[in-house]
Design a protein around this ligand. Structure first.
Ligand code: G
Ligand code: G
Ligand code: MN
Ligand code: NA
Length: 255
């Protein structure tokens, strides 16, 4: 596969870049953080989204150096941003990174190099990354949580939904997949979706987890999700992912 062959050179030639999408606190509409999302500026195919190359990078193992680059870049780009209080940054972790022995030392090194408190970083882990993972394999996440890094369970509700995953992880946040948000768009909203969101939110809160909802595209969805008790929201209704410069200008007091 030609994209696969090109990946190592792309990393060396700085063809990857990050965009940021704000995380909005539902109680007051203020920005609470930013999710870093990687893209590839391909010399022939143009701009490629992560769905086109993350699975390839995961397959070849290039995700380890690429993921480290994303982490470094995201922490360095966001650490000066503030909007009242310092903004937090969310970084996606792939299964292969999760199982790499350098995850903990690399993460600590990146935070120290930027002088950033561990609590300003949230690592997002998808449920699919947890399939078959035993306790030992998840130890690195517990070590990171121990030093104050936030852990979020990403894409919750897609396919593998297993409440046991919530107990395997030192998660502080549950990110509800955008399929739930979409179910609220119908008029009237699908009562089954409403019940699911309500139940997941109350379970998450009972377990001490905050709930972030993804894929909020309309005011009506935002209103319903706020009323259902969701803590934080993300989606096109608030903002599309944007360059670090645009993000800082739009969402911070420091840009
Ligand atoms: O960028 P977009 O909004 O299209 O994101 C598509 C998917 O790619 C998301 O599910 C997100 O989790 C994943 N993704 C984006 N950036 C990264 C990254 O830096 N590392 C990993 N592993 N996944 C990412
Ligand atoms: O990490 P995750 O896979 O959840 O990444 C978020 C993905 O969802 C990114 O690809 C991002 O561009 C996309 N996204 C963000 N906001 C919205 C939205 O409001 N609607 C839709 N359809 N996609 C969104
Ligand atoms: Mn994510
Ligand atoms: Na997600």
């Amino acid at each position: 596969h030609s994209l696969t062959n090109r990946l190592p050179a792309a990393l060396e030639r700085d063809e990857f870049f990050l965009e940021y999408q704000p995380l909005i606190r539902m109680s007051d509409g203020r920005v609470d953080g930013a999710e870093a999302l990687v893209r590839w500026r391909h010399p022939v195919h143009g701009r490629l989204g992560p769905d086109r190359f993350i699975p390839l990078a995961e397959h070849t193992g290039l995700i380890v150096p690429l993921g480290r680059w994303v982490l470094e870049q995201a922490v360095a780009q966001t650490c000066t941003w503030a909007s009242g209080q310092p903004l937090r940054v969310n970084v996606n972790l792939s299964p292969r990174q999760l199982h790499h022995p350098d995850l903990v030392p690399d993460t600590i090194a990146v935070l120290e190099a930027a002088g950033v408190a561990p609590s300003s970083l949230c690592l997002e882990v998808t449920e699919s990354a947890l399939i078959g993972a035993d306790e030992d394999e998840l130890k690195p996440l517990w070590q990171l949580a121990e030093i104050g890094v936030d852990i979020a369970l990403d894409d919750f509700g897609t396919g593998y939904s297993n409440l046991a995953n919530l107990r395997k992880l030192p998660a502080t946040t549950l990110k509800l997949d955008r399929s739930f948000t979409q179910g609220l768009q119908r008029h009237p909203a699908d009562p089954v979706d409403l019940t699911f969101v309500e139940g997941i939110v109350s379970l998450a809160h009972a377990l001490g987890l905050a709930v972030t909802v993804e894929g909020v595209e309309t005011e009506s969805q935002a209103d319903q999700l706020r009323n259902l008790g969701c803590d934080t929201a993300q989606g096109w209704y608030y903002a599309r992912p944007s360059s670090p410069g645009e993000f800082a200008k739009e969402w911070t007091t420091t840009g």
